[in-house]
Structure formats: C-alpha cells, structure tokens
Design a protein around this ligand. Sequence first.
Ligand SMILES: *[C@@H]1O[C@H](CO)[C@@H](O)[C@H](O)[C@H]1NC(C)=O
Ligand SMILES: *[C@@H]1O[C@H](CO)[C@@H](O)[C@H](O)[C@H]1NC(C)=O
Length: 339
Amino acid sequence: MRITLYAATLLLVVPAATAQLNVWARIAGKQYFGSATDNYELADKPYFKQLSNTLDFAQITPSNSMKWFATEPERGNFTFAGGEEIVAFAKKNRQLVRGHTCVWHSQLAPWVEAGNFDNATLSTIVRDHSYNLVRNFRGDFTHDKSTGMSSTAFNEDGTFRETVFYKTIGPSYIDIAFHAARKADPKAKLYINDYNIDGLGPKSTGVINLVKQLKKNKVPIDGIGVQGHLIVGHVPTTIKENLQAFADLGVDVAITELDIRMTLPVTPELLEQQKKDYQTVIAACRAVKKCIGVTIWDWTDKYSWVPGVFDGEGAALPWDEDLKKKPAYDGIVDGFTKL
Ligand SMILES: *[C@@H]1O[C@H](CO)[C@@H](O)[C@H](O)[C@H]1NC(C)=O
Ligand SMILES: *[C@@H]1O[C@H](CO)[C@@H](O)[C@H](O)[C@H]1NC(C)=O
C-alpha cells in the first residue's frame, strides 16, 4: 500500500513531457537506463542528438571499441582511441560508462588463438590485457563504475565453453582477469556477463555456481550482467526469479544488452507483443532491488546487430530505422511504472 501511494505521488509530479526512459528508471530506484553505441554511428547527427538525451539515456556502453580485437590487435600494442572517443562522448553528457569487455572468445584479436600459447604465456596475456584495458580507463567507468569482465563463458548446459582460454588455462582464466582488473582500478565494479541466462535454467545455474566459487576463492566479483538478447513472444517467464537468485548471491545485477528481436516483416501484432515483452523484462528488473539498471543494445533498429547475425530477424529495439519510437518504448515505460 505504501508503495502504491509513493508511485502515485511521483506520477503527479512528473509531467508527461519528461516521462522518458531514464527518468522512469530513476523513479523506479534504478541507477540508469542506457544504450550501447559504436563509434561510426556518432557521425549520424540525429542519432548523436538522441543518444545525448539524458532523459532517455544516462549510461553508455561501447558495443565494439573496447573489445580485444580493437584494443590489442597485436600483442602488447594497445590502441584505446575508439573506446576513448565513446568515453569522451559520455563524459560530455555526464553519462555513466560500462566497459565492455576484458576477456571474450569472440571478436578476439586473431593472434591470441593463432599463437598456440602455453598455459603460462596465455595467463600472462589475459592478465596484461585485462590490466591495461581497465588501467587505461581507470576512473572513467563512472559512478557505478561497471565493466564487463568475462563474456559468454558458458555453454547452454552450464558447462564451461571450450574457448582458447578455457582449454589452455582452465576456469582460472576468469580469476586472472578479475584480479588484474581489480588491481587496475580498485573502484570499478566487475561483472561476469553472459547471454541466455535471463531465466532460470542450467546455464543460469552454471553462473550461480561460478559466482559462488569465485567468492569462495576471494576473486573480486561485484555483479552479474544478464545480456537480454531475447525473442518476441519467447521471453522467459522466470526472469524476475532468476535476477533475484543472482542478487541473493550478494552481487549486483544489471541487464546489459537488451534487445527483443522478431521474425520480419514487422506487423502491428508483433509490435504489440514486443511492447509487452519489453514491459516484462523491465518490470522484472524493477522488482529486484539489486538490479541496478538496464542497457539496450543500441536504441534504433538502424544500428542493431540483429539483422546481420540472425537471418530474417530484426526490429529488436524501441526505435525504428527512421528513429521513430515504437510501442516497445511505451512498454519500457510501463515496466518502470505500472503497478
Ligand atoms: C606495435 O606496432 C608497431 C606499428 O605497427 C610495430 O612497429 C611494433 O613492432 C609493434 N610492437 C609490438 C610489441 O608488437
Ligand atoms: C594452468 O596453470 C595453472 C597454474 O599452474 C594450473 O592451476 C592449471 O590447472 C593449468 N591449466 C591447465 C589446463 O593445465
């Protein structure tokens, strides 16, 4: 009852014109609502303007320019200019930055696998990469100071993915990366980030067991990033329970890469379902106190990664290719506001 009154009071004091995504996220007690972006997109003026709008977006994640291929294309040669451009954009707008990402088997610099390094050498490489990346951006992962550490470490059945890191080093490659990142920026919050861990299931259980293990071994882990790459009409029904199970481990939780794709062509029915699906995901984060914020994986269908990766699918974001709001936008607002 108290909650009802509180929300009702806030509804009265927030004029409709400012009822935008980050405004509602903050009212719901979250730290931010944000979007991913990529460097080349910033040359698009209308895109740039909307991304700078802190009423919708108070947080930015570089979608590519902090990945390994972009930051250490040759061993020991670190190139941070792309990431720095995104950080400068965010700082100018007083937006938070989530780093992305220290260790991931995909979009890796080819030399890391081609080198056939032994355990000790690859361990040093993982340590140096994580340290140098986070050290360069020390203090830039502002306010909530979040950085994705290790992405997609698991198979669907909850076993470790047989990446070059796992095969050569074993599961302790994750420990190595986290320790190095903590040393590089003691204030940055360190997350493990994976996909298809949105609802309860074996992969989510794998993450829970890993986090328990990391904590037991005194590996510094602060949060779990739930990517949220979802499909219209197939949003797991156990998102809230799953986020709560993560939070119950004593870590923060964030939805880090949300998009909800559909099989094309777009129809009014699919857009309505997508609106409901966005509402479901946002409401789940809202309901879990330690779910600190939500990031969409870019905000307009114009720059979504989906059509390039999933044949015949797309239209996954709350704005269409012409930068016009879709029903999904209102679905997000509903998720933050509807009781
Ligand atoms: C770094 O890159 C420069 C220019 O491409 C090259 O001359 C140098 O040998 C590289 N250093 C290492 C350690 O790979
Ligand atoms: C790699 O080396 C570490 C440290 O010596 C060891 O604990 C681990 O088991 C090794 N991994 C593999 C796959 O042999």
